[in-house]
Design a protein around this ligand. Structure first.
Ligand SMILES: [Zn+2]
Length: 134
């Protein structure tokens, strides 16, 4: 699905390289063990710069969302813009796909699984329900 494409920076390049390889990557602090996202060179919990990239398991739960009925062109269908929490702990803004964008299909706490959408040169991590809705 076409849509806005990201502009990688040195801090985020490993994230986009991971996505292109079908991996959802987050950073982990080796001093305190915190996983975090978005990419930063210092741990947001303890301030250490001893941080490494990890491949996340890709499972998440739905924390909050809005149904955007006016997405950026050329996307015309309503889009679910969601805040999800990875099982490793970090929260990220993303899209939920593969489900009709209706509140009945999007209970908070819904179990999600990462998938990737190709937009131009980039693979964008998005999430889809891990179990089919009733
Ligand atoms: Zn830390």
């Amino acid at each position: 699905m076409p849509g806005p494409t990201p502009v990688p920076t040195p801090d985020t390049a490993p994230y986009w390289e991971g996505a292109a390889a079908g991996e959802l990557r987050v950073q982990q602090c080796t001093s305190c063990g915190e996983h975090y996202f978005y990419p930063r060179p210092f741990c947001p919990r303890c301030g250490s710069d001893a941080v490494e990239w990890r491949v996340a398991g890709g499972r998440a739960t739905l924390v909050s969302y809005v149904i955007n009925h006016r997405p950026f062109p050329p996307v015309e269908e309503p889009q679910v813009v969601a805040l999800v929490q990875l099982e490793e702990g970090p929260r990220m803004m993303t899209n939920v796909v593969g489900v009709e964008p209706l509140p009945d299909n999007l209970p908070l706490g819904l179990q999600l699984q990462v998938t990737f959408e190709q937009r131009g040169e980039f693979a964008i991590p998005v999430f889809t329900p891990a179990e089919a809705p009733r």
